[in-house]
Design a protein around this ligand. Structure first.
Ligand SMILES: *Cc1c(COP(=O)(O)O)cnc(C)c1O
Length: 367
C-alpha cells in the first residue's frame, strides 16, 4: 500500500477533517520502500541474512509490511468494521497520541477528559503542547458522565472529547445512548473518542457499529487486555475513512514490529479467539466473586461494581492495605486522585484468594 500524496484541497464542510490541523491536511507522507513481496528485496538497505535464532515467518532482517493487509483485514473482522475504518497502532496509546497530534494545534487547541480516568489522554495532550479541559465524573452518582457539563465545557478549540467506557479506574460503563447523543451534540466541534479498552468484559456491544452514521465518533480498541497481548503492543483506531486516511499519513510507516504482527495473527485464529472468550468469561465470574469478598472485608469501606477486569475499592487505610498486599507478593494500583482507593486487577482464582486474605489479615490487626 502507499498512502496518497498530500492535497491542499479544503475538506468538505461538515467533515471532521474541517477541525484537523490544517497544516497536516497538506502533508506528504514518507514514501516507504515499495511493498512487492514477489520480488527479491534489494531496495531497502536490509541485510540478506537472518540473525541466528530468528524464527519469525518473515525474517526480522526485513522491514515489516506497513499496515499489513492481512492484519488489517483480520482486525476489521474482529471488530466488525470495514478495513478502511481501521488503523492498527502500537497499542491504544499510539492511537491516542496520533489523534492528539492530528487534531490539536500546539498552544491553541485542547482535549477534554473526565477524571478520574485514564492518564494517557492529558499526557499525550501535554506532549503535543495542547491544553487539557477537565470535567470530573460525578463521584456521588457512581462516577456518571456529566453530559451537559461536558457540552458546556466544549468551547471552541476543544477538538477531542474522551469517553472511557468501561472507565479506568472506576469500572463503570457509559451508556450508548449518552455517547450517541454526545456525538450528535458535539458534531461540527469536536470528535467524541470512546476508549473501549475493556469492553470485552462488559455485557455490551461496542459502539463502533455506529461510526458510519456518526462521523464524529471515534472508537479505540486494544488487544492488550482481553486478548492477553499487552506485550505485543497492538491497538486499533476505528473511525470513518477520512479520519483514518489522515492518521495513515502521519503514522510511522513501520509502527508494528514483525514479531507482534505474527503474534496478533495467531491470536486471531478461531481457536485462539475461542480461548480468549472463555478466559474473559472466567475473569467475569471471578470478578463477581471478588466483589462479594471485597465487600465483606472489614477494612474495605466501599466497592464499586465493575464492567472491566479490575475493581475499585475504598479502604479505611489504603496505604496499609497496599503494603499488606505487597507483603503477600501482590502489587495493586494506588490512586493519585482517589487516595483512599486501590484498583485491583482480577487475576487467577489463587491470586485473588491471596489478595483477599492479605486484606482480611489487615483488618484483624487494625480491629
Ligand atoms: C490499557 C488501556 C489502554 C490501551 O493500552 P495499550 O496497551 O496501549 O493498548 C487504553 N485505554 C485505557 C483506559 C486502558 O486502560
Amino acid at each position: 500500500m502507499s498512502a496518497p500524496t498530500g492535497s491542499a484541497a479544503p475538506p468538505p464542510a461538515g467533515s471532521p477533517l474541517s477541525i484537523a490541523r490544517p497544516d497536516l491536511l497538506a502533508i506528504s507522507p514518507y514514501e516507504h520502500a515499495a511493498w512487492r513481496p514477489e520480488l527479491t528485496r534489494l531496495h531497502a538497505n536490509e541485510l540478506p541474512w537472518r540473525q541466528a535464532g530468528d524464527d519469525s515467518e518473515a525474517g526480522l532482517n526485513r522491514y515489516p509490511e506497513p499496515q499489513p493487509r492481512e492484519l488489517v483485514q483480520a482486525i476489521a473482522a474482529l471488530y466488525e468494521a470495514t478495513p478502511d475504518q481501521v488503523l492498527v497502532t502500537r497499542g491504544g496509546d499510539e492511537g491516542i497520541d496520533l489523534l492528539t497530534r492530528a487534531f490539536c494545534r500546539a498552544g491553541q487547541d485542547s482535549i477534554l477528559t473526565c477524571p478520574p480516568t485514564f492518564g494517557m489522554y492529558p499526557v499525550a495532550a501535554r506532549v503535543q503542547g495542547a491544553g487539557v479541559v477537565r470535567v470530573p465524573l460525578r463521584a456521588d452518582d457512581g462516577f456518571a458522565y456529566d453530559e451537559d457539563a461536558v457540552v458546556a465545557a466544549c468551547v471552541p478549540g476543544v477538538k477531542l472529547v474522551y469517553v472511557c467506557s468501561p472507565n479506568n479506574p472506576t469500572g463503570n460503563l457509559i451508556g450508548e445512548a449518552l455517547i450517541l447523543r454526545l456525538a450528535q451534540r458535539l458534531a461540527g466541534r469536536a470528535l467524541v473518542v470512546v476508549d473501549e479498552a475493556y469492553v470485552e468484559f462488559a455485557d455490551r456491544p461496542s459502539v463502533a457499529r455506529h461510526i458510519a452514521s456518526q462521523p464524529w465518533l471515534v472508537v479505540l480498541r486494544t488487544l492488550s487486555k482481553a486478548h492477553a497481548l499487552a506485550g505485543a503492543r497492538c491497538g486499533t483506531v476505528l473511525a470513518q475513512p477520512a479520519i483514518i486516511g489522515l492518521l495513515r499519513r502521519i503514522v510511522e510507516p513501520y509502527n508494528l514490529a514483525q514479531p507482534s504482527i505474527e503474534a496478533v495473527l495467531r491470536a486471531l485464529t478461531p481457536a485462539a479467539l475461542a480461548t480468549s472468550r472463555a478466559r474473559v468469561e472466567q475473569i467475569v465470574l471471578e470478578r463477581g466473586l471478588m466483589l462479594k469478598q471485597l465487600a465483606a472485608c472489614p477494612t474495605v469501606t466501599r466497592v464499586w461494581p465493575s464492567d472491566a477486569n479490575f475493581i475499585l475499592a475504598e479502604f479505611h487505610d489504603a496505604q496499609a492495605a497496599f503494603e499488606r498486599a505487597c507483603a503477600a507478593g501482590l502489587l495493586v494500583r494506588q490512586q493519585r486522585e482517589l487516595t483512599r482507593c486501590l484498583r485491583v486487577t482480577v487475576g487467577t482464582p489463587e491470586q485473588n484468594r491471596s489478595l483477599i486474605a492479605a486484606f482480611n489479615s489487615l483488618s484483624k490487626v487494625s480491629a
